[in-house]
Design a protein around this ligand. Structure first.
Ligand SMILES: [Zn+2]
Length: 219
């Protein structure tokens, strides 16, 4: 019996840990990336939030919303702000706020390589050290439902690419924020607020995860 159990246990362990080998081959991933039309607009290497590169093996995917309601604050604008070093994080160790992807109802911009850690979740905590950060735009006129659809498709692809289970797709709210500069515990951020209720993931969050799972099964 023990012999039978060992491979099953190993499989479960690998699934639970995530970050293992991809479940799709490289050409399939390239095709999916092309289909999503991801626009690469990396922050210049060696500057701003990439002046000190910290490599990571992605184990989680962290979902945010920008809370930036200006009509022009779409994905392209956020990517431009990141690449010009306009988003300072005066109280984090990097000095800048950085994340990987920004999504609106018609586009996806990538600002950091997936294997470089950003500063978007919890200062020096595991949310930054091990997760890919995704920001959903909320600019006026942007369709939230189409943004959520596009985000679900990108998450599904990243789950395949880095063997990340659905249980490790989390809202920013999941991470406890202990501020680097003074050690202050800022608790859990209510982000993305429109998928939360009373500061906790709501039924809308569960519905969103089901959408991610459907995209994952399809791809
Ligand atoms: Zn957030």
């Amino acid at each position: 019996m023990r012999r039978l159990f060992a491979p099953i246990a190993l499989t479960l362990l690998l699934t639970a840990c995530g970050g293992g080998p991809s479940s799709l081959n490289a050409p399939a991933i390239a095709t999916q990336r092309a289909k999503l039309g991801i626009i690469r607009a990396y922050i210049p290497h060696g500057r701003y939030g990439r002046h000190r590169v910290r490599y990571m093996r992605p184990r989680y995917i962290t979902i945010h919303s920008t809370q930036n309601y200006n009509r022009n604050s779409n994905a392209r604008t956020h990517a431009a702000m990141l690449s010009r070093g306009e988003l300072r994080g005066r109280k984090n160790s990097l000095g800048y706020v950085t994340w990987h992807y920004t999504i609106d109802d018609h586009s996806i911009y990538q600002s950091l390589p997936d294997r470089e850690a950003g500063q978007h979740a919890d200062y020096e905590g595991p949310g930054n050290r091990y997760s890919i950060g995704i920001e959903m735009c909320e600019n006026r006129g942007n369709s939230r439902s189409r943004t959520l659809d596009r985000t679900a498709r990108l998450i599904a692809l990243l789950m395949h690419e880095y063997n990340i289970p659905l249980s490790k797709v989390v809202p920013h709210q999941h991470w406890r924020m202990i501020r680097h500069s003074d050690g202050r515990d800022l608790g859990h951020k209510n982000c993305p607020y429109f998928l939360m209720e009373n500061g906790k993931p709501s039924r809308k969050w569960s519905r969103f995860l089901r959408k991610v799972q459907t995209s994952y099964n399809r791809s």
